[in-house]
Write a new protein. Structure first.
Length: 127
């Protein structure tokens, strides 16, 4: 079972990497963007306190214009959060700070996962 889980996780990672490699570059989509930081808080279903928090510093010069965050629940199958539309909308409008929520699109034990992520973005732009 462990080898199967490891193989499935590796396959999901490879698929995500293929999507990132095939995506347009963030620098091409938002040329004036200088720096981007995403603060991510992941919540379990019906729990008001964050289960996990972390910060991603995006390397703008080589980052894809694709923001896919894997679900933190090891029992979640094919889950994660697609923040691309919300993040790109904020960046294209040159917002220096914006936030949003997204539900996990995966399944856990045959039911929807139920986790959600709240993100806060902080961006700086060239003059």
């Amino acid at each position: 079972m462990l080898n199967s889980n490891n193989r499935e996780a590796a396959e999901r990672f490879q698929e995500r990497r293929r999507r990132e490699d095939g995506a347009s570059r963030l620098r091409d989509q938002v040329p004036q963007l200088e720096a981007l930081r995403l603060v991510l808080d992941e919540y379990r279903e019906n729990d008001p306190a964050p289960w996990m928090s972390h910060t991603r510093h995006i390397v703008v010069s080589r980052a894809p214009a694709l923001f896919l965050i894997p679900c933190g629940d090891s029992d979640c199958v094919d889950g994660g959060y697609s923040l691309t539309r919300k993040v790109m909308d904020g960046l294209r409008s040159a917002a220096t700070s914006f936030e949003g929520d997204e539900e996990c699109y995966g399944r856990r034990h045959g039911n929807r996962c139920g986790r959600r992520v709240h993100f806060t973005a902080e961006a700086t732009y060239l003059p």
